[in-house]
Design a binder for this molecule. Sequence first.
Ligand SMILES: Cc1ncc(COP(=O)(O)O)c(C=O)c1O
Length: 377
Amino acid sequence: MTIFSLTEAELRQRRSLKWRTYDPDVLPLWVAEMDSAMLPAVRQSLDAALDHSDTGYPVGNDYIDAYRDSAATRWGLELAPGQLRRGGDVMNAVLCVLETVTDPDDGIVITSPVYPPFWQVTSGYRRRTVPVALTEQGRLDLDALAEAFAAPDVTAFLLCSPHNPTGTVHTAAELSAVAELCAAHGVQLVVDEIHAWLVDPGTEFVPTLSVPEAQQAVVVTSAGKSWNLAAFKAGLFIGGTEAGRVLNGLPPLATQSTGHLGSIAHSTALRHGQDWVDQARAEIAENKRLLTDLLHALVPGARYRAEPGTYLAWVDCTELGLDEPYAHFLASGRVAFSPGRNFSPAHQQWVRINLAASPAMITQAVERMAASLRKTA
Ligand SMILES: Cc1ncc(COP(=O)(O)O)c(C=O)c1O
C-alpha cells in the first residue's frame, strides 16, 4: 500500500482549495491538504451514514472516547472523559479558548514563523499579537518567551506542537519549561496539537498533557490533518487536570458545533487509522529525504533542514536572490508553494512546501523551480 500515489489527473478532479485556487497548469504544493486516498474505514463509515441519510446531529462521546483510546495506546496518555469536550474545528476551538481566558486588548504570545491563522485568531479578535521568534534552529526561545510573558497585559501563549511550518517537535523538557514559565507569569498555555500523529518514524511526539508541569494547559486537536479530514469539521478541547475552570468557562455553543459526519469521520480515523498514519509518516519521511536530495542537486541555493514533525517543508530561498520566491516560482515555474511572509513578516524569502504528495509531484515541483531559475539567469 502506498498512500501518496494518486495521479495528478485524479487529484485535479478535486474541488478543494488546494486544487482549485490556481490555474490548471500550476502544480499545487501549498495549503495543508494531503494528496492521499481516504482511509477505507472512514469511507465505509461515511457511506453507511449516507446510505441512511444519517445527516443530523452527533450524540454521545464516541469522538472523545476514540481520542482517549488512541492517546493511551499511542502515547501512553491516560485522560479522564471529563477532560475532553467536542468542538467545531481546531481554529474555532482555539478562538473559543482564547476568548475565554483573555480580555480585549490583552497580549497573546505566538512563536513566529507560525501557521497564518495564529496571527488572525489573535489580532483579528481585539487581542494584541505578541510574536516571539523561534531560534535559528526552530526551537522555542525560553529567554525571549520569559521576557514576553513578563509584560502585565500578556495573558495567553498559543503554541503549535509539532510546529507548523518548521516541523519542530518540542521536547518534554521544553514543554515543561514553557509550562513553568506560563505558571510563573499567570499566562494561560493553549496548545494546538493537530499535527501530533505526523512525526517521522523514530521521533517521539510528546503530548503536552503528559508533562506533569503542564496540567493547567488546554490542548486543541483533531484527526483533521493526519487523516486529511478538513472537510469534516470536528475538533476537541482537552484540559489538563488543573484546567477544569477553563473548560467549564467555554461559551456553551463552543462545545455544540461538531458536525455529525465530522464526528463519525474523525472517530473512525482514530480507531481504525493507526496503521494508515504510520504508513503516511514513513512516506513523508521519504519525501523529506527526496526533497533534500533534489534541492541539493537542482536548486543548491535553497536551504532546507528536514525536521521530524509534519509534512511541511520550510525552505529558505534567500540565496537565490529573488524579490519574492513564492511569486517567482508561481509566475515562472508554475508551481504554488505557501508564501513565507504569511507565516511572519520576516520570512518573505521563505516558502513552505507541502510534502503530502507523490514523489513524482515533488520531483516535478523542484524541476520547475530549477527551470524557472534558469530562465532568470
Ligand atoms: C497548526 C494548525 N492548526 C489548525 C489547522 C486547521 O484546523 P481546522 O481546519 O480544524 O481549523 C491547521 C491546518 O493546516 C494547522 O496546521
